[in-house]
Design a protein around this ligand. Structure first.
Ligand code: CU
Length: 108
């Protein structure tokens, strides 16, 4: 009984520490489908990588950032990856489809 309590208490104390854990770089996927970036807004941490996957059947797209970084034209099934280090908001759009917009928010 006491032992079970002690284990339970230890789990309660350790759980938040384990959940917080060491920071590991993550990879977030944005699907490009039906002329949309999905999700159009992603929030990541410094060091994370965002991957855009063109999931269309036949339409090509690109990913062009306001800061000048840009993908090649992505044919269906092709992908583009960018790693983000600086906190801030990074808006982007698709050149052939100006209504297609998205943003990556890098949270400190
Ligand atoms: Cu497009």
């Amino acid at each position: 009984m006491i032992r079970a309590f002690a284990v339970g208490a230890a789990a309660l104390i350790l759980a938040p520490l384990l959940l917080a854990g060491p920071t590991v770089a993550d990879e977030v996927v944005v699907r490009i489908e039906k002329n949309r970036f999905d999700p159009a807004r992603v929030a990541v941490r410094p060091g994370d990588t965002v991957v855009w996957l063109n999931a269309e059947k036949r339409t090509s797209h690109d990913v062009v950032f306001a800061d000048g970084v840009a993908s090649e034209r992505l044919m269906p099934e092709e992908r583009f990856a960018r790693r983000f280090d600086a906190p801030g908001i990074h808006p982007y759009r698709c050149t052939p489809h100006p209504d297609m917009r998205g943003e990556v928010v890098v949270e400190p």
